[in-house]
Write a new protein. Structure first.
Length: 180
């Protein structure tokens, strides 16, 4: 009968080891669950905050005029995001150009690009702009700038009559990109 008790003890020890392994696995899964819950909560808060900001935005707060950001009395003001839906997923950092809209609605790097293009005596290439906006003349920086130039063309801020050569959009040639 001695061997039956030994067998039971061996099985009990194996079961104990398996319980300890499962408890360790449960503790690890519990920690991962806590991290996932924290991440979910941060995302929920971020979504609610963005929704609140968008809901609180009024045409007066989001409107940008010409002449150092102050519209003339009785002059219509073009919003950087006129016609944009309130329930958006992404943010339009480069709005479509509209009459009366100044470059101050653009992120700083886009304003810098517009300034270089405006100061140039003729059409400019991306590789000419890169050093003038303070970036190293590396392929990655040139391609990133070219992408920004193409975006400015798509949104009506610049023209690209010849591929790779950029100028101010003709319809806004009278408006300075520095009308901050």
């Amino acid at each position: 009968m001695g061997s039956l008790f030994e067998e039971l003890e061996a099985r009990e020890a194996a079961a104990r080891v398996r319980v300890e392994e499962l408890e360790a696995e449960l503790a690890e899964l519990s920690g991962r669950l806590d991290l996932a819950r924290e991440s979910l909560e941060r995302l929920r808060i971020a979504r609610e905050t963005v929704a609140e900001v968008l809901a609180e935005m009024t045409p007066e707060k989001s409107a940008v005029g010409v002449d150092a950001g102050q519209p003339a009395v009785g002059e219509p003001v073009a919003s950087a995001y006129a016609g944009a839906e309130r329930q958006v997923i992404g943010v339009l950092t480069v709005p479509n150009w509209q009459p009366g809209m100044g470059a101050e609605v653009l992120p700083q790097v886009y304003r810098d690009i517009l300034e270089v293009v405006a100061d140039a005596p003729g059409p400019v290439r991306a590789k000419q702009i890169v050093p003038r906006i303070g970036l190293p003349a590396e392929t990655g920086k040139i391609e990133g700038t070219r992408s920004k130039l193409k975006r400015l063309v798509e949104r009506g801020w610049l023209d690209e009559d010849v591929p790779g050569l950029f100028t101010l959009a003709r319809r806004r040639a009278a408006v300075s990109p520095n009308s901050r």
